[in-house]
Design a protein around this ligand. Sequence first.
Ligand code: FNR
Length: 338
Amino acid sequence: MNIRSQRKDDHVVHALEQNGFHNDFQNVRFVHNSLPNINMSDVDLKSSYLNHRFAYPVYINAMTGGSEKTKEINRRLALIAARFGLAMSVGSQHVALDDASQVASFSVVRDVNPNGFLIGNVNANATVEEAQRAIAMIDANALGIHINVAQEITMDEGDRDFSHWLDHIRAIVEAVDVPVLVKEVGFGMSLKTVQQLYDCGVHYVDVSGRGGTNFIEIENARSEKKRYDYLSDWGITPVESLLMTRPLHHKVCMLASGGVTTPLDVLKLVALGAQGVGVSGYFLKVSHLDEKEMFEEVALFLEDLRKCMVLIGAQNINELRNADIQLREGLVMYRETK
Ligand code: FNR
C-alpha cells in the first residue's frame, strides 16, 4: 500500500481509539422546562446551511477516503446519509487528485447516495483547478477547505509554509460555483480567523474545535520521536469558538463540530449559534457496527434530538438559536419562555 493510503488507515485506527477530553459541553446547561406545552410530533428540526434546507441540524463531517478500507467506511457513511437525509462530507481528496486509482474510494458516496447533499474536501494548498476536480469527482453540492496547521506542524511529513493559505482560499471562493465552507479539524477558530475568512469572501465556516478527535495526539502517536505530549490540550473548544465569534454570526453561517457524541451536545452548539453541527468520531464508530445496529443507533440519535427539544421547551431550531444566553461562573444557559 502507498504511504498516503496507509496514513488514511492510520488516522481511522487512532481516531477509533480516542474518547475525547477537556470538553466544554458540561459547562453549558439548559434550564429544565417542566411545562413545555409542546407535542413532540410537532418539533421541527429543519435547519438551513450551505444554501440548503436540511431535515436535521446534524451532518456527517469530513473524514476519509483514499484506501480500500476507507472506501468501505465512506460507503457505510453514505448509506446513513441517504437513509436519514443528512449532508455528508468526504475526507481530503488530494490522494485521489494525484492518483486516479483512489477516485472510487470517494465517488462511492455519490454512487450510494445519488440525490444526497455531498461536500467535497481539499486543503488550503489546493489550486482552483484541484478544487474544481474535487467537486467534479463526487458531483459535490458544496466544497470544504480544511485548515489544519496544528496537524501539519506536528506531522513528521507535514507542511511548514502556510503563507499562501488565505490567497488560495480567496481564489477558490471566487472561482467555484458551489458554496465554500472553510473548516478547522479539531482546534477551533477565533474571532480573528473568522473575520479573515469573511474578508476573503467566505460565508460558511465550521469552527471544529477541541474536545473530540485530536489530530495532535494522532500525529504524535504516528511520529518517530513522539515529542508532542505537551501540546495534547492545544486548541479552543467549539463552545469557546462560538462564544468568541458571536459578533460575526449575523454575517457568517456558523457550523460547529468537535467532540459531539450526543443529541444534547448538538443542541447546545445550535443554541450557541451553529446552524449545522458536524459529527465525525461518533459516526466513524457507528459505521463499524453491523448494518442493522448502525441504522438503529442513528435513528435513536435523531429521535432523541426531538426529545431533548421538548426538555428544553423549543419547538423549532430558530427558536433554539434565539435562546437567551447568560454567562455565569463557567457557563449556564437560560432559555426565555415564549
Ligand atoms: C478527520 N477530519 C478531517 N477533516 C477534514 O477536513 N479533512 C480530512 O481529511 C479529515 N480527516 C479525518 C479523519 C478522521 C479519521 C477523523 C475522525 C476526522 C476532522 C473532522 O472533520 C473534524 O473536524 C474533527 O474530527 C473533530 O470532530 P469530531 O471527530 O470530534 O466529531
